[in-house]
Design a protein around this ligand. Structure first.
Ligand SMILES: [Zn+2]
Length: 200
């Protein structure tokens, strides 16, 4: 479920739709959490789908560390990629705002964290745009993402969290806040290609 202070807006004909903040969303805010209505497909289930359904998953789903396609039921599925994403996860089933996000600003993920099956060109316009998003971006950028998301994680208790009732990992959050050594790494999201069953 995506944060309530967001809405779907049409960006342009090239990008299509995107998710935008309607109010200020401070750094450390949980902006999305996996919920019971999100659909989860194993690789075998994906392989058994008709072509049109697989095309929908290719466009809108992300792949978790277990190789499952996750299709969000709400407008979270319209998060666009940015090489300077303002939202990241840290190995949990939720994402954080890693910077303050202003009203009207688009919320973005780095698709490199979402286990893409194939490279794709990027024209995100970020100052440090990588020009391509690659399936193994984790190996080069994981530590950088980790640092950015860790700093935001410790702000979780200090900002409003409307998605708190949706988050299933509250004990894990409490444990990591008490003992930073128990904080997960973004690397735990990585689905290494050598063990992945390629689909699509
Ligand atoms: Zn880019």
């Amino acid at each position: 479920m995506v944060h309530p202070d967001t809405e779907l807006r049409y960006v342009n004909d090239h990008i299509g739709w995107g998710v935008f903040a309607t109010r200020p969303i401070p750094r450390g805010t949980i902006i999305w959490a996996l919920d019971t209505l999100d659909q989860k497909f194993t690789p075998d289930e994906v392989a058994a789908l008709p072509f049109y359904a697989r095309a929908i998953l290719d466009k809108y789903a992300y792949i978790d560390a277990r190789g499952r396609h996750i299709l969000c039921w709400d407008h979270a599925r319209y998060f666009n990629h940015s090489c300077a994403a303002n939202c990241l996860s840290l190995g949990y089933d939720f994402e954080l705002a890693i910077r303050d996000i202003g009203p009207g600003e688009e919320l973005t993920d780095d698709y490199g964290t979402l286990n893409p099956l194939a490279p794709f060109p990027c024209l995100c316009g970020a100052h440090d745009c990588r020009s391509h998003v690659l399936p193994d971006d984790f190996t080069r950028l994981g530590d950088h993402w980790n640092t950015a998301a860790r700093e935001a994680f410790f702000l979780i208790p200090s900002v409003s969290q409307p998605l708190w009732p949706v988050v299933s990992e509250l004990p894990e959050i409490e444990a990591a806040l008490d003992d930073p050594n128990r904080l997960r790494s973004i690397h735990s999201h990585y689905r290494a290609r050598t063990s992945a069953r390629l689909v699509g």
